[in-house]
Structures are given as structure tokens and as C-alpha cells.
Design a protein around this ligand. Structure first.
Ligand code: F6R
Length: 622
């Protein structure tokens, strides 16, 4: 969740850095800091606990910074050490020659700290990052005493030497007071993007901090680094093997990152879903021919048709989309499918047989467990595909092929439009395979027509936001909610519960409606809100029976039902209607009321909707 912005060029660095930090604010943080190196070779650092505005006002009032053209900034989410000023980044070595910002975790920091302490170095913070700063400073001094200023950047050499000693993950930016025109950046397991401007480079952990300066970017891969100066740049591995960088164009425009007239990014993104789905479908689904075109899978159609097993993997909401995909694949593509948490898959030594396809689902394309699961499956011979939103992200680059969501940037911490686009992509993939196997053209055409109708149908659900708000307000003081659904709606029940927990801090459980009578029914008490997905479909009558069971115990029923279903009112306290759709497509509509319930509950409870509650624990490092 930490954020990095760094700048080297001809402009004054400070405003670029502070604006960049504000763009990263949505990721959550507990402290922030900035460092610049001026042309006299002095290093200036400012840090503050709390919001970026606190740091900004300290700089503009009591602690101004000089007009330097080299600098870096960071938002920290505490992992090692409490959220205090002394633990905030940037960190320096004890000789105050170099400064460093870091995302990731230095796993062997304790051993390195002991080694450096034995050499006489001192530390002021509790962080793993300071250990890396001191190590680089130590190696820099050693190189300087051996080589003088030598050829090339000593800072680069010191960073390379230090990174060879480090176990763990990092995205880092480093500056040195003796090299006031040099910015060194490196990554392993934590994203870092270099924006390439005119005589300037803006480096950030997320494209949102770059997009207002340039759309030309270089994505660093693991174990790669760059040495950036206003008039030159060099990319190489940490072993100093030169690499020629590929400059790519950012997909999203600055306006897509703006909040506009919405109160929160989450609400904006919920309302963007019809358009996000249109973009996701564009050029991919042809209703007249009953054909699915997936450019990113053009070379893998045969392997997909021959696949004996498909493993869908991801975390959180992305895993829920995988679960929808599991139903779709078996229903429409008739292929054995398993949806598994990436965090479990990666550690369980999974069996990956011949003709297995693994599909990693991820909005960011950077989730560590999902990436590790993908690598594990690839290592074992699976065809590795990605369903990713962020273009150029690590997962997107490491797959053999894939399908981008084209949902636009998702800034709100709760995944909404990415989820529905992931479900759309799962549908497209199932049709792509199914049509090449057993599915007739008519069925495929019908489903494509249904998919193309979803954006307008979704708009009709969104128009009920006020109705949903009023229903939600009646229950938002309740601390326990249940979300129930069957078949395609079981993952939607899980997603409804996750959204409510994550954004409103209300305890919620999601489960298959039939599972309730096997124990959890004991939880139901007078007035407990229970959200049922009760749309028309194969299991409608069974869902009605489940509703009766809950009502008998005093639960309050909020039913999500199909437009025109009047009988549902007899069984429910409140009904939210969604348009009729083929059963396989219904999750795309039934999830929208779930998202709105979570949003309105969070707002009513005064929760910080776009940023998660800070769960950082203070970990003392001895
Ligand atoms: C929930 C949410 C998370 C993410 C999960 C995976 O609202 O956003 O559960 O879905 O952390 O993230 P990505 O999709 O970026 O891999």
C-alpha cells in the first residue's frame, strides 16, 4: 500500500512530488515524506505523520525546501515500526550521504542490521528500510575510499552491491548528496514505472502519479534498475548487464483518474460499470456471427480447446470473479474447472497435469500471491493466462497470453467495476472455448446478445441507488448481516459480504443458501438483515424455501429479485429489482445492489469509503 514518487529533470521537484503523492493517496497510508538534493549537494528531508496536507503545510510554513530538481517522496503504511515521523520515509544512512524510499519488505533486515551494527553503524528508526539505506551508505563509502569518484555513478554501484545482499522485495528510489543529478531506481517484487518526459523522468509505484506529466513509460522488471539523469538514462540488471528498455504508452488519460462530481471513487466506479463493460466487450463479441474474438488468446485457441483442466486463481474479489468463472466454464465450455485462492495454491505443491491452463485474475496485476501462483503453475508446465486490468503490470507481462479488462483505473479500494468486467471476461472466455467445442451458434448468439444488453440493464439497477440507500439505512446499525445465494449467485453472496465488511466494518457472512441449515441458521435472530439473491432461475423455488427458514427465525429479508416478480413480496420485507437475464449473466446485475448496499452503509456509518481502515500494527524491531 506504500507509494513512491521520484523526480529528476529541469523543473523544481517539490510540487511534482507532492502532487504525485496526492495521486497515490487513495492507496492508504499513515505518514508521508519527501527528500530533495539541491545543486550545492545538500540533502533536505521533511517527514510527517498523517495526511499529505500536514507534510505540505509544514513545508510551506515552517520547513521550506530549496528549489531542487532532484527528489523523491513516499507514503508509508506501517509494517516494521509504528507510524511515527522517525519511521516515515525517506530514510538516510547514518552518514547522511544517501536517502532512500522503499516499498516492499527486506526479509533479512535483522541479520543485516546486526552486521552493520557490529561495524559501528547506528540506526534511528525501527524500519527494515533504514537497514537498506545504511547498507548502501556503507558500501558507497567503501567504494569511494577505493576508487575516488571513479567512472560512472558510485551510487549505482553501491545500490547494486547492496541489492545482492538483500532478501525480500523492493521498489526503491535512491539519491546521494554527492550526485545531485542522479536518481537510481530498482525493483524486485514491487512495481515501479518510469515516466519518460522531455529532459525529465518521473518514477512512481503507480501510473496515476505519472499520467499528468507523460504517457510514455518504461516498466521495470524484477532485478532491473535504472540510472536516470535529466539528459540520459541507462537501464540494466542489478548485475549490471545492460538492457534496452521498451517505451510503452499509458492506456488511461488523466481525466479517468479524477473524481469529477462524485462524492467517492467507489460510487464513481460503481456508476462507471455500464461503460466499463461496453469497453470490455468492444470488438470482442459479435452477436450477428455468434463469434468471440480474443486477440490476446489468438495463439492459444487450440490449447484452450484441448485443455483437460482450467485453474482460475486470484484473491478477494478477483477470486469471487474466478468462482463465477468456475460455474461459467463448466456450464458453457464443459471443461473441468477449479477456482482456488492463489495464496493456497502457491504453497500446497499443486498437481498440474498436462493440458492444464491456469488463469490469474487480478485488477492490479501486482498481487503477490496471484503472481506467485501463476509462476508456480507455469513452472509446472501449465499454459499461463491473465485476466488483468492494469496494462503492463507484472502479471500481464509474465503470462503467455491474456485478456485485459479495459475497465479504466480503479482508484477506490473496493473493487467494483473490475469485478463485473472480470465476470464479463470469464463469460467471453467460456463462450470462446464452448463455441469451439459443443456449443451451437444459436446459443452463443443468444448469450452474446444478452451480454451486450447488460450495460443498459445495469443502468436500470443503478437508477435505484436512492431506493437501496433508504433500505440500507434501516439496517446499517446492525453489526451482523448474512448474504445468501445459490448457483451463480453463491459467489455474489460472498462478494456482497466482502464489500460490506471491507467498507462499512460490519461483520457479514456470505454462503450458499442451502448451507445455512447446516449450522449457521443458529445465528439468525430477530431483525437480522439477510440479503437473498432470489432472481428467476433454476433454483428459484429452493431459494424461496430458504427465505421461509430465515423468516421463521425473525430474520429481515432483503430480496434481490427479477423485475415483474410480484410473488417475492409475500416472502420479503424489501425487494430490489434487477432486469431479467440469462442465468449465466445474472451475477452481473445482482452484484450491483450488493455494491450499493455496502457503499450506502459505509457513508451512513461515517466510514472512510475510498481508503481502507489503517490496519497497520506497530511491530517493534529490536
Ligand atoms: C476487495 C478487493 C480485494 C482485491 C484483492 C485482489 O474489494 O479489492 O479483495 O480484489 O486484493 O486484488 P487484485 O485484483 O488487484 O489482484
Amino acid at each position: 500500500m506504500c507509494g513512491i514518487v521520484a523526480y529528476v529533470g529541469r523543473k523544481i521537484a517539490q510540487p511534482v512530488l507532492i502532487e504525485g503523492l496526492k495521486r497515490l493517496e487513495y492507496r492508504g497510508y499513515d505518514s508521508a515524506g519527501v527528500a530533495v538534493v539541491d545543486d550545492k549537494g545538500d540533502l533536505h528531508i521533511r517527514r510527517a505523520v498523517g495526511r499529505i496536507s500536514v507534510l505540505e503545510s509544514a513545508i510551506s510554513t515552517t520547513q521550506p525546501l530549496p528549489g531542487a530538481t532532484l527528489g523523491m517522496a513516499h507514503t508509508r503504511w506501517a509494517t516494521h515500526g509504528a507510524p511515527t515521523e522517525v519511521n516515515a520515509h525517506p530514510h538516510t544512512d547514518d552518514g547522511k550521504q544517501i536517502a532512500l524510499v522503499h516499498n516492499g519488505i527486506i526479509e533479512n533486515y535483522a541479520a543485516l542490521k546486526k552486521f552493520l551494527t557490529d561495524k559501528g553503524h547506528t540506526f534511528t528508526s525501527q524500519t527494515d528500510t533504514e537497514v537498506l539505506a545504511v547498507l548502501i551508505g556503507d558500501l558507497y563509502t567503501e567504494l569511494k575510499s577505493k576508487n575516488g569518484n571513479g567512472n560512472g555513478s558510485l551510487l549505482q554501484k553501491a545500490v547494486q552491491a547492496a541489492l545482492h545482499e538483500v532478501e525480500g522485495t523492493y521498489g526503491i528510489a535512491v539519491v546521494c548528496k554527492n550526485e545531485p543529478e542522479t536518481l537510481v531506481v530498482a525493483r524486485k517484487g514491487s512495481p515501479l514505472i518510469i515516466g519518460v518526459g522531455e529532459d525529465e523522468y518521473i518514477v512512481a509505484s503507480d501510473a496515476s502519479a505519472i499520467v499528468e506529466h507523460t504517457s510514455r513509460v518504461i516498466y521495470l522488471n524484477d532485478n532491473e534498475m535504472a540510472v536516470l539523469k535529466p539528459d540520459s538514462f541507462r537501464t540494466c540488471t542489478i548485475d549490471d548487464i545492460e538492457i534496452s528498455p521498451t517505451i510503452t504508452q499509458l492506456e488511461n488519460k488523466i481525466e479517468e483518474y479524477e473524481l469529477g462530481d462524485y462524492e467517492h471513487y467507489m460510487l464513481k466506479e460503481i456508476f462507471e460499470q455500464p461503460n466499463a463493460i461496453r469497453n470490455c466487450l468492444r470488438g470482442r463479441a459479435d452477436p450477428r456471427e455468434g463469434r468471440i474474438v480474443l486477440g490476446g488468446l489468438a495463439n492459444h485457441a487450440r490449447e484452450l480447446v484441448k485443455a483437460k483442466r482450467i485453474i482460475l486463481t486470484g484473491q478477494g474479489t478477483a477470486w469471487h470473479a474466478g468462482l463465477v468463472g468456475d460455474y461459467l466454464m463448466e456450464d458453457l465450455a464443459k471443461v473441468v474447472t477449479e477456482c482456488t485462492y492463489a495464496s493456497e495454491f502457491r504453497y500446497r505443491n499443486p498437481i498440474v497435469e498436462e493440458n492444464t491452463v491456469v488463469v490469474a485474475i487480478s485488477q492490479s496485476g501486482e498481487t503477490a500471491d496471484t503472481l506467485a501462483a501463476l509462476r508456480e503453475a507455469k513452472e509446472k508446465g501449465a499454459l499461463a493466462l491473465g485476466v488483468v486490468n492494469v496494462v503492463g503490470s507484472t502479471i500481464a507481462r509474465e503470462t503467455d497470453g491474456g485478456i485485459y479488462l479495459h475497465a479504466g483505473p480503479e482508484i477506490g479500494v473496493a473493487s467494483t467495476k473490475a469485478f463485473t468486467c472480470q465476470c464479463v471476461v470469464m463469460t467471453l472466455l467460456s463462450l470462446f472455448i464452448g463455441r469451439r467445442k459443443f456449443m451451437g451458434q444459436a446459443q452463443c448468439q443468444e448469450l452474446i446478445e444478452g451480454l451486450c444488453a447488460i450495460p443498459d440493464q445495469m443502468t436500470r439497477v443503478l437508477e435505484q441507488s436512492d431506493v437501496i440507500r433508504k433500505i440500507t439505512h434501516q439496517f446499517c446499525e446492525r453489526e451482523n448481516w448474512l448474504f445468501l445465494g445459490r448457483g451463480y449467485h453463491y459467489p455474489i453472496a460472498l462478494e456482497g459480504a466482502l464489500k460490506l465488511k471491507e467498507i462499512s466494518y460490519i461483520h457479514a457472512e456470505g454462503m450458499p443458501a442451502a448451507e445455512m441449515k447446516h449450522g449457521p441458521i443458529a445465528l439468525i435472530n430477530e431483525g437480522m438483515p439477510v440479503v437473498f439473491v432470489a432472481t428467476r432461475g433454476l433454483q428459484y423455488d429452493k431459494v424461496i424455501s430458504n427465505i421461509e427458514e430465515v423468516r421463521a427465525r425473525g430474520g429481515h429479508i432483503i430480496a434481490i429479485a427479477t423485475e415483474g416478480d410480484t410473488q417475492i413480496k409475500r416472502y420479503s420485507d424489501h425487494v430490489i429489482y434487477v432486469p431479467d437475464a440469462a442465468e449465466a449473466l445474472q451475477p452481473l446485475l445482482s452484484v450491483v445492489p450488493m455494491q450499493l448496499i455496502a457503499y450506502h452503509a459505509a457513508v451512513a456509518r461515517g466510514c472512510n469509503v475510498d481508503k481502507p481502515r489503517n490496519l497497520a500494527k506497530s511491530v517493534t524491531v529490536e
